[in-house]
Design a protein around this ligand. Structure first.
Ligand code: ASP
Ligand code: ASP
Length: 335
């Protein structure tokens, strides 16, 4: 089948998403709560197509869909026809023929969700593709920061670790730079090549933690993506020595700096247990925020007209749910 238009409910990445659209997802997420289920997607079927492992992303998309009244099914490589060699598109067409209204996909190849979206005509949501993007993670991280800071604009964020192999870093860099954040990337040359500075405007690279952490409002740590190193050898002891986050190093950032990590965390590698469990750590809050943010992403994908959240008498178009939140200008998000 020839490629066609991507369904506008799709979420393939942050790079091409406008600030207004992201603000609208974040506003909608603030009105949704897994503990107050709303049947906005009743009778809708959402396929979760996971070619890679996942704990957080898969569970939160599933809880999100169910809290909205949708039916979900999980298709994983093991136990499906993918193991028998069925192509991505054929699996997609099969799910659509079975009645799927949207597909949430995680795939080891960058660009796979976009390839599927161009052919399938139903919303496709990227739940992480190779080393490319992980848009829902970047949105839930922005949502989490905005629970603690009034605005993203002007914040200093240090992103530390394996940036080169991280789709989370790529999506977060696009998002944060669109919102006017000052970003410093920190890590050794193999994880933060000089070319990383060209990902967005105004990115700074620091090779040592002192420089990266000085004045930081937010510190984002990343896991060493061992599954993507393709032969690259890292000297673990040296990495731990220079880049592991410890309570002493965290003190180099602002006193009220927020400590974030998309998970899974590897204690003893990119951070110590004291940091992971410390007062500044938002790691589990990020996990929890994955649910309302993914509820908003699914509503945007599928609800044609949704009951106005919080005011069931009026209805409005998904993604345009009005809010009492202050109006924001481009490049700026408020809580
Ligand atoms: N990769 C992590 C996990 O397996 C987080 C995610 O799903 O995005 O849980
Ligand atoms: N959970 C994130 C991802 O799936 C980050 C990680 O796996 O380290 O990309």
């Amino acid at each position: 089948m020839a490629a066609g238009a991507v369904h506008k409910g799709s979420l393939l990445g942050i790079e091409h998403l406008e600030v207004a659209e992201m603000e609208s997802i974040l506003r909608l997420a603030r009105k949704l709560n897994v503990n107050r289920p709303q049947p906005l997607l009743r009778n809708r079927r959402i396929a979760l197509l996971f070619y890679e492992t996942s704990t957080r992303t898969r569970t939160s998309f599933e809880f999100a869909a169910k809290a909205l009244g949708a039916t979900t099914t999980l298709v994983q490589t093991a136990g499906s026809s993918i193991e028998k060699g069925e192509s991505l598109l054929d699996t997609g067409y099969t799910l659509r023929a079975l009645g799927a209204d949207a597909i949430v996909i995680r795939h080891p190849s960058s660009g796979a969700p976009s390839h599927l979206a161009k052919h399938i005509g139903i919303p496709v949501i990227n739940a992480g593709d190779g080393m490319h993007e992980h848009p829902s993670q970047a949105l839930l991280d922005a949502y989490t920061i905005l629970q603690h800071k009034k605005t993203l604009q002007g914040l200093k964020v240090a992103i530390i670790g394996d940036i080169f192999h991280s789709r989370v870093a790529r999506s977060s860099i696009h998002l944060l730079s669109k919102f006017g954040v000052h970003i410093t990337l920190c890590g050794p040359q193999e994880f933060v090549p000089d070319v990383a500075a060209t990902l967005a405007k105004g990115l700074r690279i620091a090779r040592n933690m002192e420089e990266a952490l000085h004045g930081a409002d937010v510190v984002m740590l990343l896991r060493v993506q061992k599954e993507r190193l393709s032969g690259l050898q890292i000297r673990e002891a040296e990495y731990v020595d220079r880049y592991q986050m410890t309570p002493e190093k965290l003190r180099l950032a602002k006193r009220d700096a927020l400590l974030m990590h998309p998970g899974p965390i590897i204690r003893g590698m990119e951070l110590t247990s004291e940091v992971a469990d410390g007062a500044q750590s938002l790691i589990l809050q990020e996990v929890a925020n994955g649910v309302p943010v993914r509820m908003a992403i699914l509503v945007r994908a599928l609800a044609k007209t949704v009951a106005r959240v919080g005011n069931p008498r009026k209805s409005t178009t998904a993604g345009k749910v009005s809010t009492k939140t202050k109006k924001t200008t481009g490049g700026r998000a408020s809580r």
